[in-house]
Design a protein around this ligand. Structure first.
Ligand SMILES: NC(=O)c1ccc[n+]([C@@H]2O[C@H](COP(=O)([O-])OP(=O)(O)OC[C@H]3O[C@@H](n4cnc5c(N)ncnc54)[C@H](O)[C@@H]3O)[C@@H](O)[C@H]2O)c1
Length: 252
């Protein structure tokens, strides 16, 4: 996809310094968006902001722990002051925890649910007044293939990603007549820092890659265009949908 599909739009991205976040911020910048990039990793956030800003893009960087209602309110205030509007919210911040049911510790369960699940709700809650005021807004919530099918591991992560899927659908129904579309994104195995250890250890022999019909991990640059599609007006009649980008992993 080329062009200026986000010209005039303001987009807020959480987890913006991660693998998928960086690719999305870079693509959104090329597509004409004004950007609010957020993360808990403040050093990388400053670097990303300088890199994108050096190209003349209007970009603001703000620390945001998505599990904090207070920090969400602060960031939304920054958006209101700087841009007065918000048209796109991309909830990408997330953490992964592998243990299954019996080995998951309660603190880890709470942390994963707080960031992945509650963080997605808090983001929509805090940003919704601005998104409604936009009148033509889009929210992309990041679930996973592990929000669609069970893996036999990652109990807290799977629970959180399954919740993001249905939270997105109910929000889509709630806001459909108020000009806010809400969809969930379901990446498969994507080579980013989140799973880099696994890929370094196992390469293409990693079992989920072996189960992927395309027999490779996806690249962040292959996910960002799917997020762009949901963000821009090309998807104007799509809400409450699940966009799976997994090289065929969940097709069998
Ligand atoms: N990489 C994959 O294979 C894959 C597959 C399916 C879904 N996903 C999902 O995609 C999203 C992006 O993942 P990624 O692959 O880019 O991972 P990543 O680890 O590269 O990036 C995640 C980012 O989230 C940030 N973050 C962590 N906790 C945070 C918090 N409390 N508040 C704000 N930011 C926080 C991190 O600093 C990091 O920049 C995640 O929600 C992840 O669950 C990834």
């Amino acid at each position: 996809m080329t062009g200026r599909r986000l010209e005039g739009k303001v987009a807020l991205i959480t987890g913006a310094t991660g693998g998928l976040g960086t690719a999305t911020a870079e693509l959104f910048a090329r597509e004409g968006a004004r950007l609010v990039i957020t993360d808990i990793a403040e050093g990388p956030l400053r670097e990303l902001s300088h890199r994108i800003g050096a190209r003349g893009v209007d970009v603001v960087a703000a620390r945001l722990d998505v599990s904090s209602a207070r920090e969400w309110d602060e960031v939304v205030a920054v958006v209101r002051d700087r841009f007065t509007t918000l048209d796109v919210l991309v909830n990408l911040a997330g953490i992964l925890d592998w243990p299954g049911i019996e080995d998951t510790r309660e603190e880890e369960w709470d942390r994963v649910i707080d960031v992945n699940q509650k963080g997605t709700w808090l983001g929509m809650k805090a940003a919704m007044p601005l998104l409604r005021a936009s009148g033509n807004a889009s929210v992309i919530n990041t679930s996973s293939v592990l929000g669609l099918v069970g893996s036999g591991a990652a109990a807290a992560y799977q629970a959180s990603k399954g919740a993001v899927r249905l939270l997105s659908k109910t929000a889509a129904v709630e806001y459909a007549r108020q000009g806010v579309r809400i969809n969930s994104l379901h990446p498969g195995v994507i080579a980013t820092p989140m799973i880099q250890d696994l890929l370094d250890e196992q390469g293409d022999q990693q079992p989920d890659i072996q189960r992927t019909p395309m027999r490779r991990a996806g690249r962040a640059e292959e996910i960002a265009p799917a997020i762009l599609f949901l963000a821009c007006d090309d998807s104007s009649f799509i809400t409450g949908a699940e966009l799976v980008v997994d090289g065929g992993l969940t097709a069998h």
